[in-house]
Design a protein around this ligand. Structure first.
Ligand code: NAP
Length: 286
């Protein structure tokens, strides 16, 4: 069997990024307990080199923990952090990025995101992003929790080819982005990063009809329900799920998801059991 594709082009960047990445929200920030660090490092060994963090996660604590995990391996990593909206003025964005760089003990971020929209005009935040990019402190920038109207506005300010990604909520039971955000991103060459791909802490229980259906697909592939979930989300060519796992066995399980080839009937079953539903008025987020 040919080895599975583990990385693909990330939006407008002339660069491949691991299809399955690693989230770090609520990661154990105590470096004395090394499980989370070992898990992140194991993920890097397995090619899950896209690491997602944010100043918001423990107000720098998650970033400091990641600094330890990636020590000596910075070049392998596609490192992403985010500015919170209350810091996203022009000056505030630059200061927040400097703090993140210090916490992460690195000279640059591969991508820097606006965590969600807030009170500052996008022009200000994007102008800070561009300044940071010109100084080499970030290699690219993007947005998070943007619906299609936000994306239209962002595009009208930044122009094509500037927005690397939109990071949004996407899991089996929350497929709202498939209505408009996902096609928008595909059309404009913006990577779609799927956060909370396991539903944060609400993965389908194996005793429910949804859980049983997922298990039946998993059984047919000698796989696990979580692997099926990741494989399903990554079926579109510009989607990059970023599961968070703080234990080595969890990372190892997630890292094998791309070895599965879902059949047409698997996809149909998943579609039936986890329907896309109607388009909601506003983009769901957590
Ligand atoms: P998630 O990835 O959907 O689920 C994380 C949960 O799944 C944890 O409890 C984890 O347990 C468990 N898990 C992972 N792999 C497992 C496995 N193989 N078997 C059993 N359990 C497993 O949730 P999330 O953390 O909300 O989302 C992922 C990342 O997306 C975040 O960490 C963050 O980086 C990003 N995010 C971004 C936003 C945004 O607004 N941009 C919002 C939410 C999240 P263990 O930790 O014990 O392994």
């Amino acid at each position: 069997m040919a080895s599975p594709q583990k990385a693909r082009e990330f939006g407008p960047l002339q660069r491949d990024v691991s299809i399955i990445g690693q989230g770090t929200w609520n990661i154990d920030e105590n470096p004395q307990r090394s499980d989370a660090i070992a898990a992140l490092r194991r993920g890097l060994d397995l090619g899950m080199t896209h690491i997602d963090t944010a100043e918001y996660y423990g107000w720098g604590a998650a970033e400091k923990m990641i600094a330890q995990a990636i020590e000596g391996r910075r070049e392998e990593v596609f490192l992403v952090s985010k500015v919170v909206p209350q810091n996203a003025s022009k000056k505030g964005t630059i200061a927040a990025c400097e703090r993140s760089l210090q916490s992460l003990r690195t000279g640059y971020l591969d991508c820097y995101l606006l965590h969600w929209r807030g009170q500052y005009p996008l022009e200000e935040t994007f102008s800070a992003f561009e300044e940071l990019r010109q100084e080499g402190k970030i290699l690219s920038w993007g947005v998070s929790n943007f619906d299609e109207k936000d994306l239209d506005e962002a595009l009208s300010i930044a122009g094509e080819g500037k927005i690397a990604c939109n990071q949004v909520l996407y899991h089996l039971r929350e497929r709202a982005i498939e209505h408009a955000v996902l096609p928008w991103c595909a059309e404009h060459g913006v990577a779609l990063v799927a956060y909370s791909p396991f539903g944060h802490d609400q993965f389908p229980d194996p005793t429910t009809p949804q859980g049983r259906a997922l298990q039946s697909v998993a059984n047919a592939h000698y796989a696990t329900p979580r692997q099926i979930a990741l494989r399903f989300l990554a079926r579109e060519p510009n989607v990059f799920p970023i599961p968070k796992a703080s234990r080595v066995p969890h990372v190892e399980e997630n890292g094998k998801a791309l070895e599965i080839e879902l059949t047409k009937s698997d996809l149909e079953l998943i579609d039936t059991v986890f329907p896309r539903g109607r388009k909601p008025r506003s983009l769901p987020m957590i």
